[in-house]
Design a protein around this ligand. Structure first.
Ligand SMILES: Nc1ncnc2c1ncn2[C@@H]1O[C@H](COP(=O)(O)OP(=O)(O)O)[C@@H](O)[C@H]1O
Ligand SMILES: [Mg+2]
Length: 281
């Protein structure tokens, strides 16, 4: 079971105009064990692609099979259950908080599914623990906590449905460096403990180089790279992807140019430090 795109295209229709946002997308995301980053410039189609993964958007062309349900379908089929199996966290999810208190907000997701309804409080509390929100905040208004906490509450709303696959649209956007690490460590923990697949859009190459395993790069609605992060950052035509290098690689390149230290692919600060200790000793 997986999410599989076959020759998928998607058009937005404006006044007398068609905007082809996705073109001929072929992509397979396994249900388990994946940590995928979707990269690409603004407008390349990342958010459109992500919203197809839980049937929020339907393809204009081609087919998507989401954990056994194929879309579009000639028959009238229910897709609501897919929202539970593939948990989609929007960009700035904190804008969608609305309830009188934090606990109720997180209960909202599971309350929409009859098999989860009875357990909604238990599920909400588990999810809040998972994102590091203390019990003392359960009855606080979601609008009276910090921005980082709001984002974690919003994420808990999706985790409370216990999705099989989690897809995130720029989860670290607008957070400070520690906030980014806190958020990403939540997903890394879920990925490691439960082997769940995580798909995230990111512009932050430090997040990508530290957390992703596989990288998919979009350009003008098409996939131009799909492979490991090592192969991406080592790619001979890396410049054509219009992406930045992660900070440790920038430092590495600088040390190579100024001190002639032999170049090596280093993806995290730890890898860079270990390497420098080795070559400088
Ligand atoms: N509602 C819309 N109507 C028309 N065009 C849209 C709409 N939403 C997005 N687009 C266009 O579709 C393309 C892909 O958008 P999007 O998926 O949001 O890209 P990204 O997330 O990579 O920035 C862009 O060219 C964008 O302008
Ligand atoms: Mg986007």
């Amino acid at each position: 079971m997986d999410i599989q795109f076959k020759n998928v295209g998607y058009n937005y229709y404006g006044f007398k105009k068609v905007y082809p946002a996705l073109k001929n997308i072929n992509l397979k995301i396994e249900k388990e064990g994946e940590m995928v980053a979707i990269l690409g410039q603004t407008g390349s189609g990342k958010s459109t692609l992500l919203q197809h993964m839980n049937a929020l958007m339907r393809p204009s062309r081609g087919t998507i099979n989401i954990l056994g349900t194929e879309l579009p379908s000639k028959k009238k089929i229910k897709v609501n259950h897919l929202r539970k199996h593939v948990g989609l966290v929007f960009q700035f999810p904190e804008y969608q908080l609305f309830e009188v208190d934090i606990l109720k907000d997180v209960e909202f997701g599971p309350s929409n599914f009859k098999e989860l309804k009875d357990k909604k409080t238990e599920l909400a509390k588990e999810a809040l623990t998972r994102v590091g929100i203390d019990e003392s905040l359960y009855h606080e208004s979601p609008f009276r906590i910090s921005g980082g906490q709001m984002r974690r509450v919003a994420i808990a709303g999706i985790l409370a449905m216990n999705p099989d696959i989690i897809v995130l649209d720029e989860p670290t956007r607008g957070l400070d460096p520690q906030g980014k690490i806190d958020i990403m460590d939540i997903f890394l923990d879920i990925h490691k403990k439960e082997n769940k697949s995580i798909v995230m859009i990111s512009h932050d190459m430090d997040v990508v180089s530290k957390y992703a395993k596989r990288v998919v790069v979009l350009k003008n609605g098409e996939i131009v790279f799909d492979g490991t992060k090592e192969d991406l950052f080592n790619h001979p035509n890396f410049n054509e992807f219009h992406l930045d290098f992660p900070t440790p690689m920038k430092i590495m390149n600088h040390l190579h140019e100024t001190l002639n230290i032999p170049k090596k692919l280093v993806l995290t600060n730890e890898e860079l430090l270990t390497y420098l200790k080795e070559v400088l000793s």
